[in-house]
Design a protein around this ligand. Structure first.
Ligand SMILES: [Zn+2]
Length: 454
């Protein structure tokens, strides 16, 4: 691992990567130079945009050999992906005393959780939810039925672009507790929501995505506790027909479609992080397009064959990570459902991309509904190389393709493009559930640098 990192550092000094060349026009944009430097370079937990020493712009300079690796590539892709100018800043975090939630947090198993959510309870019950529309706009909704069978009251918080569902869920909790403070409701305070990652985040004030909202929720809960109203945050299974949860869901969706409220000018860390993950994926795919398909390549950063293996000259030129996946598929040891199930790493052989019950190599390559785009690329490459396409009648097309040298380029590109082991849902989950900043991981996962193995 260490060795491969070092090697890749050297590689990026030695070689003019076409991906990097195209960056020059992009990193002139000041908003982009503001967004990445310190965090990417140092994994610095404290630095905020505007607080960076001037020399941090070095990262964007082609002359600075140390830095011309990841940041430039990401800047380009981030520029294409962030749907909002980051001039409003990025979510701030602070070093503070680590504290647990000043109240109770309850995550029961599903059945129990449903039963409790349906029960009457003493005190005041809020339902909160977060939402993010396809347009990228987010919002939080909080609802309350002050009198049983009475009318529902709503608070809607429109957050606009630059936030994730994770953020919206936390906004919901903070809003509910502040509402409780303001309105002098009676008795214990309950907040029900259906997002376990947000609930987990509330357990600690540690720095990282969502910290500011966690602090807001903690402060409100403390004040409520002081005036004799203990707070309980409780998980309710989503989409289970529980009225409060449905009301909150609707309120959150309405909020998301409205004009952004003040206080959400910044980009959230969860959002930036997701953009980084997507950028990294796009960079690998672009690398494969340029290098594996068009035949150009860098000498370094290649997959090192296990001793005694025959080197496939085409695969040998691919980025290490892509080539590694290619050989894993070829040998039946890829981290896909049937294999992971067999070695006891997963509870079912199901395909996570399309839910088909058996994720086999054949399924991944020729059948999976979650990998259509990659398959189109594969078939185009096969046609171009004059390799017959698989037919439904063919018994073992995957073996034929893996044995056919002319098919290797197409297969490599499939591996790079098809979200092979990282479906979209997982990206979102990773981005949302991450408590840590994860910049270190990001650095490690730079183009062709590590194997990112499960
Ligand atoms: Zn599938």
């Amino acid at each position: 691992m260490e060795e491969s990192l070092q090697r890749s550092n050297q590689d990026s000094k030695k070689h003019d990567n076409p991906v990097e060349l195209t960056l020059q026009s992009q990193w002139a944009t000041p908003s982009i130079t503001q967004i990445l430097p310190v965090t990417l370079r140092h994994g610095d937990l404290h630095a905020q945009p505007g607080e960076q020493p001037l020399d941090d712009r070095e990262w964007a300079s082609r002359d600075n050999k140390v830095l011309n690796r990841l940041g430039q590539r990401l800047a380009k892709h981030l520029a294409q992906r962030l749907n909002r100018d980051p001039s409003g800043g990025i979510e701030r975090t602070e070093q503070c005393e680590l504290q647990g939630f000043p109240g109770s947090i309850r995550v029961l198993d599903k059945e129990e959780a449903l039963t409790e959510a349906n029960q009457q309870r003493a005190g005041t019950t809020f339902w909160s939810d977060g939402s993010r529309l396809d347009t990228g706009r987010a919002g939080a909704g909080v609802t309350l039925q002050a009198v049983p069978e009475g009318p529902w009251e709503h608070v809607e918080v429109p957050m606009g672009h630059g936030h994730e569902v994770f953020d919206a869920e936390l906004v919901g909790v903070a809003t509910a507790l502040e509402w409780a403070l303001e309105r002098q409701f009676l008795g214990p305070i309950w907040v029900f929501l259906d997002a376990q990652n947000a609930i987990d985040r509330l357990r600690s004030t540690r720095p990282g995505p969502g910290q500011a909202l966690v602090l807001r929720a903690h402060r409100a809960a403390e004040k409520l506790a002081l005036r004799g109203q203990p707070v309980t945050i409780q998980w309710v299974p989503g989409h289970s027909g529980i009225e409060g949860n449905e009301q909150a869901d609707q309120a959150a969706k309405r909020a998301a479609s409205k004009q952004t409220a003040p206080g959400f000018e910044h980009l959230s860390l969860a959002h930036v992080r997701r953009a980084c993950t997507e950028a990294r994926r796009a960079a690998v795919s672009e690398w494969a397009q340029i290098n594996a398909v068009q035949g150009r390549h860098r000498d370094g950063c290649v997959y090192k064959m296990p001793r005694g293996w025959n080197l496939d000259p085409v695969a040998g030129k691919a980025p290490k990570r892509v080539a590694s996946r290619y050989y894993q598929l070829k040998t039946g040891h890829a981290p896909i459902g049937t294999y992971l199930y067999r070695i006891g790493q997963r509870e079912s052989p199901e395909c996570q991309a399309c839910k088909e019950p058996h994720e086999t190599v054949r399924h991944v390559l020729f059948e999976c509904r979650g990998r259509r785009a990659g398959r189109r690329t594969l078939y185009q490459a096969l046609k171009k190389a004059g390799v017959p396409l698989p037919t439904a009648a063919e018994e073992n097309p995957e073996a034929r393709l893996f044995a056919e040298p002319r098919a290797t380029q197409g297969l490599l590109q499939f591996v790079a493009e098809a979200n092979l082991f990282n479906d979209k849902e997982r990206t979102a989950r990773e981005a949302e559930s991450s408590d840590a900043w994860g910049w270190d991981t990001l650095e490690e996962g730079g183009l062709g640098v590590t194997l990112e193995d499960e």
